[in-house]
Design a protein around this ligand. Structure first.
Ligand code: AMP
Length: 259
């Protein structure tokens, strides 16, 4: 938690509420940056965007319930969790929603809880998790949550690999393979920018690029409409290219906007 001074760290909801109360009373724009920790420059780009626009930046690290020790009364936690779960909007059903059932339900629940605890004016999310950002935008609109949602560009390594906390799992060989995700996306984008309108051709080419790099466990290669995430056949409006693929044991996602 920072107002361009020394960051203040709070670790309990009671402390958080007190701090938020004080910050709100002080006035000024408050920005929220939700994370799961293991911070890298992608996360920090959200913090920088927030600090440009807001007087106060609140960054959260949500501690996963599986990290509770055996003596910490976890037994009762899942019941509370189930009661709390928020049904995500329809846009959560395709792509990630299909391959990770329940994922966006968990995301929507935690994000809504954070939004209640931290009544910021604006929250910052990364385009890296493009569908997540849309899910949050829909949720906020559907449930009348008074929070602006900003999407910040993907921060990449020098060779194009999107920064991710999961990249640290990659072996050296896998790390080299992983660059095929962004290369495949950029190749797809180049095709479209050169005039290709057949989404099938683009998808095939992107898949081939992945296979050539030895990535054969591909969850999806999608050419979709930017707002609805519906797969398109003819590319006639702004599109988003999305990939989810397994490199070794690690599942990576990446995407790229076109037009
Ligand atoms: P996570 O800790 O993975 O849940 O990510 C927290 C936030 O950081 C999410 O809004 C992500 O989309 C964003 N983020 C993660 N990686 C990147 C990246 N490479 N560039 C921009 N934003 C990112």
């Amino acid at each position: 938690m920072t107002s361009h001074r020394e960051p203040e760290v709070v670790t309990s909801i009671v402390e958080l509420k007190a701090a938020m109360h004080e910050l709100r009373a002080r006035g000024g724009r408050i920005g929220l940056v939700p994370t799961m920790g293991a911070l890298h420059d992608g996360h920090m780009s959200l913090v920088r965007a927030c600090r440009l626009e807001c007087e106060v930046t609140v960054a959260t690290i949500f501690v996963n319930p599986t990290q509770f020790g055996p003596h910490e009364d976890l037994a009762r936690y899942p019941r509370t969790w189930d009661d709390d779960l928020v049904d995500p909007p329809a846009i959560a059903r395709r792509l990630e929603g299909e391959f990770r059932p329940g994922h966006f339900r968990g995301v929507a629940t935690v994000v809504l809880k954070l939004f209640h605890l931290i009544p910021a004016h604006v929250a910052y999310f990364g385009q890296k998790d493009y569908q997540q950002c849309l899910v949050v935008r829909h949720m906020v609109a559907d449930l009348n949550v008074p929070m602006e949602i900003r999407m910040c560009p993907i921060v990449r390594e020098a060779d194009g690999l999107a920064m991710s906390s999961r990249n640290r799992y990659l072996t050296e060989t896998e790390r080299q393979q992983a660059v095929a995700l962004s290369q495949s996306l950029f190749a797809g984008r180049d095709m479209i920018e050169r005039g290709e309108c057949d989404a099938g051709h683009v998808r095939d080419h992107m898949r081939t690029r992945l296979t050539q790099a030895g990535i054969d466990r591909v969850d999806y290669v999608a050419v979709a409409e930017q707002e609805t995430l519906e797969e398109v056949e003819r590319i006639t409006s702004p599109a988003v290219l999305l990939i989810a693929a397994h490199v070794g044991q690690t599942r990576l996602i990446d995407n790229c906007l076109v037009g």
